[in-house]
Design a protein around this ligand. Structure first.
Ligand SMILES: Nc1ncnc2c1ncn2[C@@H]1O[C@H](COP(=O)(O)OP(=O)(O)OP(=O)(O)O)[C@@H](O)[C@H]1O
Ligand SMILES: [Mg+2]
Length: 483
């Protein structure tokens, strides 16, 4: 943050560094267009016409930043940072606004009010700090809701936070805070208002330097802010101070589908204590089985309901013009009741108006074992998510990982199953760790998976069809259970 910037600073005096940081946010997904249409002349009319917008757009093709050029142009007037920040906030571009004028930290009175509301313990245990320590009142602390709240200390909001960075790097199973690690950083368990949360701390890497990571980060923030669904992981907040980027999510007590299919206890974020008087039967079973180093296998009924929840989450994403682009069992998280929540929208892209539109991308993203042929060529279409979901269905059926050093890619086992001359049958393929499956239901899911995995994207079903097929299987399971 540049402390010399105030709301009265002229736009022309914004430093180069701040312009660059603003452009990291605003160039992405054409966010700068929201700003450009809101800029007014002193007489009240719009300063920039459609023609101007087109001209800024063309700059992108020349490798220039439309945001920087816009600020250069607007800076020829006496407009101020305060006007820009008002525009940014009116479009909920809070992270960009905070680059220029960070929101004031909560006053001591407001903070006191939150403590009082939450009882004797401080409600905001900053992650990594001692439980008893009150939140640090550092000068750069931001505890400002993104969506305006009427109450100070309201916790259900989408907020930005300043975290301490002293996570215990040991896995949770060894008493530390670390619950997992992915392509973009490490995930830790923390507490916010005494509620467990998952904090994904993003790491700059060789192929993802800080500025690119910031774009990725901003993309995830913007996406999560608007996309809310019972089958999507909810983001509680984020922190973006200097190079420390982190996203705070609802904690998913049963970890990832990948880990639960493998019954990996070391990665179970919560191995419940057998002494916990509040443990329910499920917790206790998990606890005792953890003594044998395994979490209990998911039943067929649970697996089908997880598949249905995931398809519902994806249907919601596609219905809102988003392609996930990294559908995989590691990105399907399970809450305390094993409800599926799709996570990681960092790779999603708004796909214009038309969900069936195909986009080309310069950077092929996603995880190889799940990638549709066209995704490998850099195309982005909702049908690639359908393909990846087909791989997840095979994992659900077989309990096998998507790729294995000896077995190769899971999708390749289909050739053997479908080839009558080969030994492998569908029955052999089914995970022996579950017992409640029925052949007709397994066949339906296998057939659906095969359709999702069609090499030609136009032959694959849309996610709505996938959902209704799974729903029929789930219904037949519940009819069987009643009968
Ligand atoms: N909200 C959460 N609640 C509980 N555990 C989580 C949460 N988010 C992530 N995890 C755990 O952390 C692991 C790593 O997650 P992360 O998203 O960083 O990596 P990944 O999904 O394996 O790969 P990628 O970076 O491609 O998404 C997950 O597999 C899961 O076990
Ligand atoms: Mg993930």
């Amino acid at each position: 943050m540049d402390s010399s910037v105030t709301s009265g600073t002229y736009i022309r005096n914004i430093s180069y560094g701040l312009r660059r940081r603003l452009s990291d946010f605003l160039d992405h997904q054409d966010m700068w267009k929201h700003v450009v249409v809101s800029i007014r002349k002193p007489t009240g009319g719009p300063r920039y016409s459609h023609q101007h917008v087109k001209r800024f757009e063309c700059l992108l093709a020349q490798g220039k930043s439309p945001t920087v050029e816009l600020l250069n142009d607007w800076g020829t007037t006496n407009s101020t940072v305060g006007e820009l920040v008002d525009i940014l906030r009116s479009h909920s571009l809070m992270a960009a606004a905070d680059i220029l004028l960070p929101e004031q930290p909560l006053s001591a009175e407001a903070r006191q009010a939150c403590y009082a509301a939450a009882g004797p313990a401080p409600p905001t245990r900053l992650i990594g700090q001692e439980e008893t320590e009150p939140p640090a009142a550092s000068s750069s602390q931001q505890t400002q809701p993104l969506e305006e709240n009427t109450e100070a200390g309201h916790t259900g909001s989408f907020s930005s936070f300043q975290y301490s960075w002293n996570f215990d790097n040991r896995p949770t199973s060894d008493g530390g805070s670390r619950i997992g690690e992915g392509g973009f950083g490490i995930v830790y368990k923390g507490f916010l208002n005494n509620k467990p949360v998952a904090v994904k701390k993003l790491n700059p890497m060789a192929d993802m330097p800080l500025d690119k990571l910031q774009v990725q980060f901003n993309q995830e923030i913007q996406t999560l802010k608007v996309l809310k669904h019972e089958n999507l992981v909810d983001m509680i907040g984020f922190s973006c101070e200097e190079q420390h980027l982190c996203i705070v999510y609802d904690f998913m007590a049963n970890g990832s589908l990948l880990d639960r299919l493998a019954c990996l206890v070391g990665s179970a974020p919560t191995v419940p204590s057998c002494q916990n008087p509040n443990s329910n039967l499920e917790d206790l079973i998990l606890c005792f089985s953890s003594l044998k180093d395994r979490t209990p296998p998911l039943s067929w009924e649970q697996r089908c309901s997880i598949a249905e929840g995931t398809a519902r989450g994806l249907e919601y994403l596609h219905g809102n013009h988003h392609v996930h682009r990294d559908v995989k069992s590691a990105n399907i998280l399970l809450d305390g009741g094993f409800v599926a929540k799709v996570s990681d929208f960092g790779l999603t892209r708004a796909s214009a108006e038309n969900t069936s539109a195909t986009m080309m991308t310069e950077r092929i993203v996603g995880t190889r074992a799940y990638m549709a042929p066209e995704a490998l060529l850099g195309q982005v279409t909702p049908k690639s998510d359908v393909f990846s979901f087909g791989v997840v269905l095979l994992e659900i059926l077989s309990g096998l990982p998507p790729a294995d050093e000896n077995q190769g890619f899971l999708i390749e086992q289909r050739y053997d199953i479908d080839d009558e001359d080969e030994d492998l049958t569908l029955e052999d393929f089914v995970d022996k760790k579950m017992s409640d499956w029925e052949m007709s239901q397994v066949e339906s899911i296998y057939c659906l998976a095969s359709n999702c995995l069609h090499n030609r994207k136009n032959r694959r079903p849309v996610i709505g069809q996938v959902l209704s097929e799974i729903h029929s299987v789930v219904k037949s399971i519940s009819v069987d259970a009643r009968g």
